[in-house]
Design a protein around this ligand. Structure first.
Ligand SMILES: Cc1cc2nc3c(=O)[nH]c(=O)nc-3n(C[C@H](O)[C@H](O)[C@H](O)COP(=O)(O)OP(=O)(O)OC[C@H]3O[C@@H](n4cnc5c(N)ncnc54)[C@H](O)[C@@H]3O)c2cc1C
Length: 412
């Protein structure tokens, strides 16, 4: 099997993690990434349960811990900035809203790309335009004009996956919008200081009637990560293709909101890493189409509302490479990956009770009820019950592929 070539589309979390494992199991991976350079940015993502185990098996847990954020918990504030409820990180042993390990998405992607080493070729600024499969492989055409054959192709190109569109059909056939949009961007330490923004190492959120939430999380360098969630009602979907309209929408919807919202909105116009997308889940009857397979958000985006996207991407990458190695590189390994992951994915796509609606309640009484529920959950009599619910969240232990005799010798 050694030497089988695999093209991975997307150098995000899933793509770089699968390249790492494929290389370790003796494949020859090439990663093509549409962006001209590694994509920085993104908020804190959680590592918990199985994904923490996978990162440990990669030997990267120390590197991740070194870059981890030290968020003290999540707090809900009112329009005057008064704390209405809070959930300290230690309250549920790091299994609550703020996980034991929180790391900026961009930092995690950087660690993963660096860890893949010299054996993986990354091609930035290019993307797949056509795929043609036959019995022995896949002929791939790239936007750059290059053409090349690979034994297998992995679509790890995110929730708007181009590989999915080419092999499985249009995006709308597989995506389930959750009725909300999200936006986020970074504010530098200097700007945050100048604008008097709080930086107290908490994940702070403020809700206002009309399905609006604005929040801040600490950045690693003393800056602030701003985030918004808003109801999609009445918004033309065309906004998804127009960053100017996205900023205008946020200015309009969040105008007049209290707390630090005016300063956060003012900083948005000059933010370099502004990101806007719909809260959407990807659900597909299969992730395998011949010699092409989908991984991470491309095949089963659970949406940021679940907090599980990075977890599924890391675990899926390990299981995909492991099952392919166990199958000696035969495409049958793709189906084995799907059957090993399917139930776990479906479990992690389940949202908290109330779904996205609970994050962005419609009315002032519903917002107050959310604060009250949080305080009740944190109360002395109920905290142990809530802790048990959080502790049971992720009972999944992938096979130890690296230790199995079917796995080929490690590459060095
Ligand atoms: C810039 C950015 C910021 C994010 N911020 C957050 C956040 O704050 N919170 C959160 O919960 N989730 C965030 N996400 C999503 C989160 O990273 C994923 O849900 C999760 O980690 C699963 O990772 P993934 O690798 O499947 O997808 P992604 O991390 O989305 O990676 C997909 C990669 O594929 C690349 N790509 C896209 N189209 C093509 C193409 N046609 N050809 C080649 N490459 C392509 C993208 O540039 C990206 O590098 C963010 C994603 C990105 C890209």
């Amino acid at each position: 099997m050694s030497g089988k070539t695999v093209l991975v589309s997307g150098a995000g979390i899933a793509g770089s993690a699968v390249a790492f494992w494929l290389r370790r199991f003796g494949f020859v991976p090439t990663v093509v990434e549409r962006s001209a350079a590694p994509r920085p940015g993104g908020h804190a993502v959680d590592l918990r349960g199985a994904s923490k185990d996978v990162v440990e098996r990669m030997g990267l847990l120390d590197a991740v811990r070194e870059r981890a954020l030290h968020e003290r918990g999540m707090a809900m504030v009112d329009a005057r900035g008064r704390r209405r409820a809070e959930m300290p990180a230690e309250a549920f042993d790091g299994r609550g809203a703020v996980a034991e390990i929180e790391i900026l998405r961009g930092d995690l992607a950087e660690i993963l790309v660096a860890a893949t080493g010299d054996g993986v070729e990354y091609r930035y600024g290019d993307h797949i335009t056509a795929l043609e499969q036959d019995a022995d492989g896949v002929r791939v055409r790239f936007a750059s004009g290059r053409e090349q054959r690979f034994d297998l192709v992995v679509g790890a190109d995110g929730s708007h996956s181009a590989v999915r569109a080419l092999v499985f059909g249009p995006e709308a056939d597989h995506t389930h919008p959750l009725g909300a949009y999200t936006a986020h961007y970074s504010i530098s330490a200097e700007r945050a200081t100048a604008d008097g923004l709080d930086r107290d190492d908490w994940f702070v959120v403020h809700n206002a009637p009309g399905r609006r939430m604005v929040g801040t999380r600490p950045d690693r360098d003393g800056g602030v990560k701003a985030m918004y969630v808003l109801g999609a009602d009445g918004v033309d979907e065309a906004v998804l293709r127009d960053p100017t309209a996205q900023r205008a929408l946020l200015h309009e919807r969040f105008a007049g909101m209290g707390w630090q919202t005016p300063a956060l909105l003012a900083a948005m116009d000059t933010a370099e890493d502004f990101y806007f997308d719909a809260y959407t889940q990807v659900k597909m009857p299969t992730w395998v189409g011949g010699r092409v397979v989908l991984l991470g958000d491309a095949g089963y985006c659970p949406s940021p509302a679940s907090g599980q996207g990075t977890n599924l991407a890391l675990v899926g990458a390990y299981v995909l490479a492991g099952e392919l190695a166990a199958a000696g590189g035969d495409p049958a390994g793709l189906a084995a990956y799907e059957s090993a992951m399917r139930e776990y994915v479906e479990r992690n796509q389940k949202l908290m009770p109330g779904g996205v609606g609970a994050m962005i309640p419609k009315s002032a009484p519903a917002i107050r009820m959310g604060h009250l529920l949080n305080r009740v959950m944190m109360s002395r009599p109920l905290r142990p019950l809530a802790a048990r619910a959080f502790a049971a969240e992720d009972p999944f232990t992938p096979r130890d592929y690296a230790a199995e005799p079917t796995s080929p010798t490690r590459c060095t």
